[in-house]
Design a protein around this ligand. Structure first.
Ligand code: CAA
Length: 301
């Protein structure tokens, strides 16, 4: 986490804040786990269009279905921070694999399966993920094709607008691993779809289709999977062409609705319960069973 050291400290530790930093984070030439592109509206002599760009971040860990390992999330935060500090970019799009199969299959189970309670508690695992949801002033559109499961669903929920391809499947399958969602699933999902649907998804691990996600208000629009990314970019251009200060204020005030209803405290509570599950036998069994491709045998201990 070399870039982490350059970050400004949070102004308000437990609420949404926007970072105005004097240090600059610029895009790296390349990243290991994300592919980044800056796209601009059709070439024009109008210089304004050259500052109305969209920053596209594609999650890229194909062999593990974009499982969100620490290094992937570091790359994502670095790229998103750099694009936020890029004056030529007015909106970000985060998307999944180019074959449209997966947005992200969740936190990396092999990376965390053998961790102890003390390790995850003391490192405050996943607290840093909230940088995507809390601190970046420019709007982020999640363009979701295929699986958005566990941390993948939670990452989409951290973004400001979710657009889905018609093959999208949203889910919080942590219950099948002997754990609970740890990065906002119980909080942001409940606010998005209501208690009953959130309970259903978190307690059973059942997934929600793109159509149901649209009906539930989880996503803003559904497109054909092949057209999703282009539609997201066009929406990004529209947002980038508006008054940037007004755009930033709209993001800040709409997110204040969550803060005023105690989202940050709920996220902290969820995350700490999530950490505590690493002291249970069921967490070790659930994750081992996934990695060994077998059904878990929970002992409720
Ligand atoms: N972590 C690590 N590796 C993962 C992974 C994950 N979350 N999801 C998939 N993979 C790996 C698989 O282990 C497999 O690796 P190998 O080829 O080396 O065996 C590879 O990606 C392909 O996966 P599958 O063979 O399982 O692919 P599939 O098409 O049959 O199934 C799937 C796709 C339904 C998404 C399935 O992979 C799956 O259920 N993944 C796990 C989903 C999950 O439980 N997510 C929650 C994680 S916990 C979490 O996110 C906590 C939180 O709150 C942040």
């Amino acid at each position: 986490m070399t870039h982490d050291k350059k970050r400004s400290p949070s102004l308000f530790a437990s609420s949404t804040y926007y970072r105005y930093t004097s240090s600059t984070t610029t895009l790296k030439d390349s990243y290991e786990y994300v592919i980044v592109e800056r796209r601009f509206p059709s070439p024009s002599s109008d210089t304004a269009t050259n500052t109305n760009g969209v920053g596209i971040i594609q999650l890229h860990r194909p062999r593990a279905l974009n499982a969100l390992c620490d290094d992937l999330f570091d790359d994502l935060i670095h790229a998103a921070t750099a694009l936020n500090e890029d004056d030529d970019v007015g909106c970000l799009v985060v998307t999944g694999s180019s074959n449209n199969k997966v947005f992200a299959a969740g936190a990396d189970i092999s990376e965390m399966s053998s961790k102890s309670f003390v390790e995850v508690y003391q490192s405050n695992m996943f607290a840093q993920w909230q940088e995507i949801g809390n601190t970046l002033p420019k709007p982020i559109i999640a363009a979701v094709n295929g699986f958005a499961l566990g941390g993948g669903c939670e990452l989409a929920l951290m973004c400001d607008i979710i657009l889905a391809g018609d093959n999208a499947q949203f889910g919080q399958p942590e219950i099948n691993l002997g754990i609970i969602p740890g990065a906002g699933g119980t909080q942001r999902l409940t606010k998005a779809v209501g208690k009953s649907k959130a309970m259903h998804m978190c307690l059973t691990g059942d997934r929600m289709s793109a159509d149901e996600a649209l009906q539930s208000g989880l996503v803003a629009k559904v497109f054909k999977k092949e057209e999703l990314l282009e539609e997201a970019i066009q929406m990004g251009f529209t947002i980038a062409s508006k008054s940037r200060v007004s755009v930033q204020m709209i993001k800040e005030t709409i997110n204040a609705v969550d803060d005023l209803s105690g989202l940050q405290e709920g996220l902290r509570f969820e995350r700490r319960l999530f950490h505590s599950l690493f002291a249970t036998e069921d967490q070790k069994e659930g994750m081992a069973a996934f990695l060994e491709k077998r059904t878990p045998n929970f002992t409720h201990k």
